[in-house]
Design a protein around this ligand. Structure first.
Ligand SMILES: Cc1cc2nc3c(=O)[nH]c(=O)nc-3n(C[C@H](O)[C@H](O)[C@H](O)COP(=O)(O)OP(=O)(O)OC[C@H]3O[C@@H](n4cnc5c(N)ncnc54)[C@H](O)[C@@H]3O)c2cc1C
Length: 363
C-alpha cells in the first residue's frame, strides 16, 4: 500500500547542526519491501501538532545500500513541522518510545545506479538541499566504483554545514573520485570564489576552471529556487541539454496565489464534474462542485484519503496520471517535461476542465 501511512518507531534523533536534526526510523522486516527506496527519494511524515494534522516531506539522507531510513529536518523559523521536530521531539529518548506516521518513499529526483558506468556527475546543493544529494553521493560512490562525483555545497557558515563529518569521510574514502567545494555566504573561507551564494558568476568560473560541463553526464540541483535558477541559467549558457540536469525544490514562497490569479485557463474550469480516483487499486468517486480549491481538497472533503503533502506543487506525493478527461494544473515545480507530456499531473494543483475526470495515483 504505497499511499498509506505506517506508524514507525524512531530509532534515533541526532542533532546535526544547531538548527537541524536527523531522525532514523525502524522499518520492520515485514515492511522492508514497501519502504525500499532509490537514492534521492523522500518520505512524507505526518503528525498531529496542536490538535491539527500536519504532513511534510523529507528526503532520505541515508543511502539504500546502508539498509537504513534516515531523514534530516532543518528548522525553518516559524515553520510548523520543522519546529515541532527540532524542538518538541525528545532527543536521547529510550529507543521504542516515539513513533511517527510515515508514507513509503516517493519522488523522481533519483540517482539511478549503473555499476558498470564510468560516469561523471556534478551536484549543487544549498542548506537542507544536501539531504537527497548526500544519499545519491553515498550510493553512487559505493556502487559505481569507476564514476567521479563533484559537489558544490552552499551554506551561511561552516557551523551550518549539514553532514560535515560524513562528507569529510566520503572525501577521505574516495579522494580520487570525489571533489567537494563549500561555498559560504556569511563566513569568509579564504577564497573569493567560494565566498557568497552559489550564483551565475560563480558557476561560470566553476565551469571554466574546475569542471568541464561537456564531460558531465548528469547534474543534480537541490536548494532554494534562486540557486536552482542561477545554476540552470549557466547550464543553458554552456549549452548543456536540459535532459542532463535534474532538480528538486523544497519550497516556493508566494507562487500559489499568483499562479491562480494569472491563469486564463483556470476560468475554463467546469462548475460540476464527476471525479474518479484510483488509489492503491481502489476506485473512489466524488462530485466536483467548485467549492473546493483543487481536486485533492475536493477528495478530502468527501472523506477520501487522498495522497498529498506540500499542497504547493513542489513535492510529488499527489502525482497522478490522467486516464480520462482534462484538467488544468496551476503550478508544477516537481514533474519533468516528459512526465507532463505523458499525462502526469500534481492533483493538488488541478481543477477539472471536463465533466468527467479519471486520475490514477497508482500508475
Ligand atoms: C520533496 C521535498 C523534500 C524535502 N526534503 C526536505 C529535507 O530533507 N529537509 C528539510 O529540512 N526540508 C525538506 N523539505 C521541506 C519540508 O517539507 C518543509 O517544507 C519544511 O520543513 C518547512 O515545513 P514547516 O512546516 O516547518 O514550515 P511551514 O509551516 O510550512 O512554513 C513556514 C514558513 O516558512 C516558509 N518555508 C517553508 N519551507 C521553507 C524552507 N525549506 N526554507 C525556507 N522557508 C521555508 C514558508 O513559505 C512559510 O512562510 C522538503 C520538501 C519537499 C517538497
Amino acid at each position: 500500500m504505497e499511499h498509506q501511512f505506517y506508524s514507525l518507531l524512531l530509532r534515533e534523533i541526532r542533532q546535526e547542526t544547531p538548527d537541524c536534526v536527523s531522525l532514523e526510523f525502524e522499518v520492520p522486516v515485514s515492511l522492508c519491501d514497501v519502504f525500499a527506496y532509490r537514492a534521492g527519494q523522500y518520505l512524507t511524515l505526518r503528525a498531529e501538532i496542536d490538535g491539527e494534522e500536519v504532513r511534510r516531506s523529507y528526503s532520505l539522507c541515508s543511502a539504500p545500500y546502508e539498509g537504513r531510513w534516515r531523514v534530516a529536518v532543518k528548522e525553518v523559523p516559524g515553520g510548523r513541522f520543522s519546529t515541532f521536530v527540532n524542538r518538541r521531539l525528545p532527543k536521547g529518548f529510550a529507543s521504542g518510545e516515539v513513533r511517527l506516521d510515515v508514507m513509503p518513499p516517493q519522488g523522481d529526483f533519483v540517482f539511478d545506479v549503473d555499476e558498470q558506468s564510468e560516469g561523471f556527475y556534478v551536484f549543487f546543493a544549498a542548506g537542507s538541499g544536501i539531504t537527497p544529494v548526500i544519499a545519491m553521493l553515498k550510493e553512487g560512490l559505493y556502487r559505481e566504483s569507476k564514476s567521479r562525483f563533484v559537489l558544490f555545497y552552499g551554506n551561511r557558515t561552516s557551523e551550518h554545514i549539514i553532514f560535515r563529518e560524513e562528507l569529510a569521510g566520503l572525501k577521505n574514502c574516495y579522494s580520487d573520485r570525489f571533489s567537494l567545494y563549500y561555498v559560504m555566504s556569511a563566513e569568509h573561507p579564504g577564497s573569493e570564489l567560494f565566498y557568497g551564494r552559489i550564483n551565475k558568476e560563480k558557476c561560470r568560473v566553476f565551469f571554466s576552471t574546475l569542471i568541464n560541463p561537456e564531460e558531465v553526464d548528469d547534474f543534480y540541483l537541490c536548494g532554494p529556487l534562486g540557486m536552482i535558477e542561477e545554476v540552470e541559467a549557466v547550464l543553458e549558457e554552456f549549452s548543456v541539454p536540459s535532459g542532463k540536469w535534474h532538480k528538486e525544490l523544497f519550497t516556493v514562497e508566494g507562487a500559489a496565489a499568483s499562479a491562480k490569479q494569472s491563469s486564463t485557463v483556470e476560468q475554463r474550469a467546469v462548475a460540476r464534474a464527476l471525479i474518479e480516483v484510483i488509489i492503491d487499486d481502489e476506485i473512489f468517486r466524488f462530485e466536483w462542485d467548485g467549492t473546493e480549491d483543487n481536486i485533492v481538497d475536493a477528495g478530502l472533503a468527501n472523506q477520501i484519503d487522498m495522497p498529498y503533502s506540500c499542497k504547493g506543487g513542489v513535492c510529488s506525493t499527489c502525482k497522478a496520471k490522467v486516464l480520462e478527461g482534462e484538467v488544468h494544473m496551476r503550478m508544477n515545480y516537481a514533474l519533468e517535461e516528459d512526465q507532463v507530456e505523458g499525462g502526469y499531473v500534481l492533483s493538488c494543483q488541478c481543477v477539472p476542465l471536463s465533466e468527467k475526470v479519471v486520475l490514477s495515483f497508482d500508475d
